[in-house]
Structure formats: C-alpha cells, structure tokens
Design a protein around this ligand. Structure first.
Ligand code: C2E
Ligand code: MG
Ligand code: MG
Ligand code: MG
Length: 284
C-alpha cells in the first residue's frame, strides 16, 4: 500500500510540475511571449489600517494571464524571470499597468497608496529611478502615491550602491518598505542606514504566533523595533480574527491577508473599498 501511495504521489507531483512549469526549457520563452504581448495581469490586496479603520494602501501582485493555456504560479514566474534576465521587462510592465489602473482609481475617487514589489536585482539597474520617473510622467501620477516593497536580500550586495539608489528613490517621493522582514539577513544597520518608511512582518511569523512562542516574540520585537525607529509595521498573511486581535493588541499598524481580502482586480477593488467604508470596519 505504501508503495502504491508513493507511486501516486510521484505521479501527482510530476503532473503538477508539468502543469506549472511546462517543461524546464519553454517557461522562459512563454514568459517572454507574455511580456511582449503586454499580457500580465495585476491583482490588488488592501492593507487595512487598524487605527483609522480605513484603507490607505494596497499591494499590487502580478498574475500570469488568466486566459493563458498554461498556469504559472507567481513565485515561479518571478524566480524564472529573474533567472533568465526578464525581470526588468516584467517590472516595467507591472509598473506601467499599476500606474494606469491607479490613475483610473483617482478619477473614480479612490485615494490609496499602491505598493509594488521590487526584486532585489532591480536595485542593480542603474536607470531604475529614471525609468520609474518617466512612467509616473506618462500617467501623470505623483511618486508619493507609490510605495516600493524590497526584501532584505536586496541589501546584502554592494551596500554603497544600494544606499545611493534607495536615497534617490526616496528623494523622488517613493515610499519604501522592507518586505518579509525577519526571514533574510536582517540587520539593524539597515534601519539606520536606509530611508525606510515601513516594515512588513513575514507571514511565516504571523501564522506561527499561536503555535510558537518564539514566533510571537519575533512579531512583538519587530513591531517594537519599527516603532522605535519611527516606522510603520504591516503584518501579512492574516487569515483569522484571533490573529488580527493579537496583532492589534501588540500595536501593529496595518493588516493584510485573506481575513479581509484576497488579491483582486482593479475594478473590484474600488467596489470592495466602498463596501469596506460602509460596513467592513465592523469587523475591526
Ligand atoms: P509578497 O510580496 O510577500 O506577497 C505576499 C504573498 O502572500 C502574495 O502571494 C499574496 O497573495 C499572499 N497572501 C496574502 N494574504 C495571504 C494570506 O492571508 N494567507 C496566505 N497564505 N497568503 C497570503 P503571491 O501573490 O503569490 O506573491 C508571491 C511573491 O511574489 C510576493 O511575495 C512577491 O515577493 C513576489 N511578487 C508578486 N508580485 C510581484 C511583482 O509584481 N514583482 C516582483 N518583483 N515580485 C512580485
Ligand atoms: Mg510584497
Ligand atoms: Mg511579504
Ligand atoms: Mg512573503
């Protein structure tokens, strides 16, 4: 029986792997095609502000085209794009689409800061600030309505260059956040050195809070650390009310997760925010 089960498991794994990667060689080519077709999609997930009980920010998350014959998970898309030199093109496309949709929200009366994930590799792109500035001009959007989420891994190489680039982005008006804080090579020196506005507690710690005292202490410590440095803290991956309540009592500023909302298309977000304004705050 054990053998039969493990054979089944192997079969399933092979199928899943095949589905998601369509073979080792042609995924980069499929990504290139999707990029050239300008076909990536964006979903938005609200960050709920606990003090004001309102939505001040949303995070943009890239999605493989929903009508594509294949299915590709976001993590795999990003990893492969990074590996095959496609991440710059992907990022520019995401940025362009997000600004287009965010400009549309403004017209419809929704005022939120939209946060975009930046791969560590992008910080090596010399022209990054120029490119982003140009896209802002195209959509007539202020940099202050955009935040950039960067993981700690961005900081371990060429610290001089990274520092200069982050200051350049900050001076343009972008807000800056350290994503998945605590999972990489966290260093207190970053908090002193970089012009950061926000820390995002990784969902590994958030979701481990009730089973692990250590995770709870890590979350509490990150919140305290952020506040000591005058930074805002966001907890990601909040799925349950009990987690929300614990985070609130720890003084966490913003909450993101399936408890409130899954990432959704731009038009749905407008409706969701309207709905939240009317009755969502009752869940807080
Ligand atoms: P991240 O920036 O840490 O994003 C959070 C991930 O957690 C997202 O997965 C989101 O859908 C998921 N999530 C949100 N709430 C919950 C929850 O309550 N429970 C659980 N289990 N998961 C939740 P997603 O969209 O698959 O993105 C994965 C990662 O891919 C992101 O992690 C980010 O590092 C990267 N990524 C996504 N979009 C982009 C992009 O446009 N550019 C770049 N460079 N990276 C991106
Ligand atoms: Mg993020
Ligand atoms: Mg994160
Ligand atoms: Mg994460």
């Amino acid at each position: 029986l054990r053998n039969a089960q493990s054979n089944n498991l192997r079969f399933d794994l092979a199928r899943v792997t095949h589905d998601q990667r369509h073979g080792p060689d042609d995924l980069p080519r499929a990504i290139k095609q999707v990029l050239d077709d300008n076909a990536l999609e964006i979903r938005y997930q609200p960050k709920v502000d606990l003090r004001s009980k309102s939505i001040k920010s949303v995070e943009a998350l890239v999605r493989w085209p929903s009508d594509h014959a294949q299915r590709v998970a976001t993590n795999l898309l990003i990893d492969t794009a990074e590996q095959f030199g496609l991440i710059e093109q992907l990022t520019i496309q995401v940025f362009n689409k997000v600004l287009q949709e965010a400009a549309d929200w403004q017209v419809q009366g929704l005022q939120v800061v939209v946060w975009i994930n930046l791969s560590a590799r992008l910080l090596a792109m010399e022209q990054l600030p120029r490119v982003l500035e140009r896209l802002l001009q195209v959509w007539n959007m202020p940099a202050t309505s955009v935040g950039l989420e960067v993981t700690e891994s961005a900081f371990i190489h060429d610290i001089e260059h990274t520092t200069a680039l982050l200051f350049e982005l900050k001076n343009l008006g972008f807000r800056l956040s350290i994503d998945d804080f605590g999972t990489g090579y966290s260093s207190l020196a970053y908090l002193r050195r970089f012009p950061i506005d926000e820390l995002k507690v990784d969902r590994v710690f958030v979701q481990g809070m009730f089973s692990s005292q250590a995770d709870k202490q890590i979350v509490q410590s990150i919140i305290g650390l952020a506040h000591n440095f005058g930074l805002s803290v966001v907890a990601e991956g909040v799925e349950q009310e009990s987690t929300l309540n614990a985070l609130r009592s720890m003084g966490c500023d913003e909450i993101q997760g399936f408890y409130f909302a899954q990432p959704m298309p731009a038009q749905e977000l407008i409706i969701w925010c309207e709905e939240f304004r009317r009755q969502g705050a009752a869940r807080l």
